[in-house]
Design a protein around this ligand. Structure first.
Ligand SMILES: [Zn+2]
Ligand SMILES: [Zn+2]
Length: 151
């Protein structure tokens, strides 16, 4: 996911805006498979202050998740806000920064980092998912069983 900042580098203090969209590959993280169900959309505002570029905006996508209650796959929407700084040289970095070297910034690492930071821990396919029967294992969203409902 590439952001062209050529215009902003020529005119410090002037903010640019972008809406980028690209498909990301799934990956493993902490023993969990992260699979994208939709392209990643990044809307950002960015401004060059003469040293670095501040980029802030939102990340939107959806994951193929497994319901923590019933174990079925479902599409889990994701949205997070971010605010990051990109600098050309490590000496210009006061806090956490990403590096850039040309007038095109690759946002991919930053996007993945922010997704992982805001990753939902264990979602459910719906708020009222009935889960699976602890006795016979049937998915109670799609079927009924004759086990007692005492739980
Ligand atoms: Zn469920
Ligand atoms: Zn049952």
């Amino acid at each position: 996911m590439k952001l062209n900042i050529a215009n902003e580098l020529r005119s410090p203090g002037k903010a640019g805006e972008c809406a980028l969209r690209s498909q990301f590959d799934g990956f493993e993280f902490a023993g969990r498979r992260i699979e994208f169900a939709a392209p990643v959309t990044v809307k950002a505002r960015y401004v060059y202050d003469g040293i670095g570029i501040d980029v802030r905006g939102s990340i939107e996508t959806a994951f193929v998740s497994v319901c923590a209650r019933c174990g079925e796959e479902f599409t889990e929407p994701f949205e997070a806000n971010f605010s990051e700084r990109f600098v050309k040289s490590a000496e210009d970095c006061r806090d956490d920064c990403y590096m850039f070297s040309t007038d095109v910034i690759d946002l991919s690492d930053m996007v993945i980092d922010n997704i992982l930071l805001n990753m939902p821990i264990a979602g459910t396919c719906s708020e009222d998912c009935k889960g699976i029967c602890g006795v016979c294992g049937i998915n109670l969203n799609t079927g009924q069983c004759s086990c007692s409902n005492g739980g």
